[in-house]
Design a protein around this ligand. Structure first.
Ligand SMILES: *Cc1c(COP(=O)(O)O)cnc(C)c1O
Length: 354
């Protein structure tokens, strides 16, 4: 605490990201990064840009990148906003659409950045308990004062929520914004993105990221898709902070990541296939694994103290995520690595479990 801090700084309760160990021997399954490198075309585009005109400012409107994202999503450039990671896009969206002093609704078990932004922007919130099976119930999100936000698939539960239910939430909140945070949507087999609903619902904002399915967590590019008036609201906030939130290298790399659809598809399928095998392997070992639509699984095993298991795995140089929240303290969140990493994970898990 410092006397120089404003009340806003005093009331903040910053987000704590998962551990980033620099030990190359560690099998890192704790922050849902993609285990594969980004497309070689992305690296080539970044390298070419780095040796180009870095003395110049990047495009403040990011037209090429927005065009590439629009193309992949079957929307128009005017429907797309980009930012420095989806965390930044989320922060701008909170500021642009959720009114100070009115109550925001989100699931009690969801992305832990939501309460952080709520405190920062003075938005009271109702953290709504999940149902016993960890699913959401549409009725709980009806008639929200400030708006609604939830991840789909949810994190850290990994469960995908059908669009029919999302639609009911949109219809019951016509006068406020409903944000669907789709960080993991590309891994949801049979799950459709809410992007298909934007023409129908002016109150819908879909947020996605290149950090997970496009293997670019290090580049920091996130995006929002919605009707042009929502996009314009985000632009007004961005341009009141910083006109150049996405740098030249990030613009070049992310644009190529959206253009190289073959590479994206190949790696996405690889992660999904490894996930299916990992779920089977965990179930064989007596774990209960929630149905995953993400690049991670959420698992528990009756009679096993998973906090201790987390420590044992860490001692064996496997890093997974354990949350202290009593509602989920009996679960571990395990990101999906390569086949080789998951084999090694299972080997060390077996050693820890004996
Ligand atoms: C990873 C994640 C994000 C943030 O992604 P960045 O684009 O890397 O900032 C947002 N929402 C959820 C639910 C996530 O899991």
């Amino acid at each position: 605490m410092s006397k120089f801090w404003t009340p806003v700084v005093k009331r903040t309760d910053p987000y704590v990201p998962g551990e980033q160990l620099n030990d190359p021997d560690v099998i890192k399954l704790n922050t849902n990064e993609n285990p594969y490198k980004p497309s070689p075309r992305v690296i080539e585009a970044i390298t070419k840009t780095a040796t180009g005109d870095m003395q110049k400012y990047p495009s403040p409107t990011a037209d090429e990148l927005r065009e590439a994202i629009a193309e992949v999503n079957g929307v128009k450039k005017e429907n797309v906003f980009v930012g420095n990671g989806s965390d930044e896009v989320l922060a701008f969206a909170f500021y642009a659409f959720f009114e100070e002093g009115k109550t925001l609704k989100f699931p009690a078990i969801s992305y832990s950045f939501y309460p952080v932004y709520s405190k920062l922007f003075n938005i009271p919130f109702e953290a709504i308990p999940l149902q016993d099976d960890f699913t959401l119930r549409a009725e709980h999100y009806f008639d929200a004062e400030a708006g609604v936000i939830f991840p789909n698939p949810n994190a850290p539960t990994s469960i995908y929520w059908p669009l029919e239910e999302v639609k009911r939430v949109l219809e019951a909140n016509p006068d406020v914004v409903v944000i669907v945070d789709e960080a993991y949507i590309d891994f949801a087999v049979g799950g459709e993105s809410a992007v298909s609903l934007i023409d129908q619902y002016p109150n819908l904002l879909v947020i996605q990221t290149t950090s997970k399915s496009r293997a670019l967590a290090g580049l920091r590019v996130g995006l929002a898709i919605g009707q042009p008036e929502l996009i314009e609201g985000l632009v007004r906030i961005k341009d009141s902070f910083n006109s150049y939130t996405v740098d030249q290298l990030a613009l070049a790399g992310a644009t190529e990541a959206f253009r190289d659809t073959d590479y994206f598809e190949e790696k996405r399928q690889a992660v999904i296939a490894t996930r299916i095998e990992t779920v089977a392997a965990l179930e064989e070992r007596g774990f209960d694994v929630l149905p995953s639509g993400a690049n991670f699984v959420f698992a528990k095993k009756d009679g096993v103290d998973v906090e201790r298991l987390y420590e044992q795995l860490k001692a064996k140089k496997v890093l997974v995520r354990h949350f202290k929240d009593p509602l989920i303290a009996n679960y571990l969140r395990i990101s999906i690595g390569t086949d080789e990493q998951m084999d090694e994970f299972l080997k060390r898990l077996d050693e820890a479990l004996v």
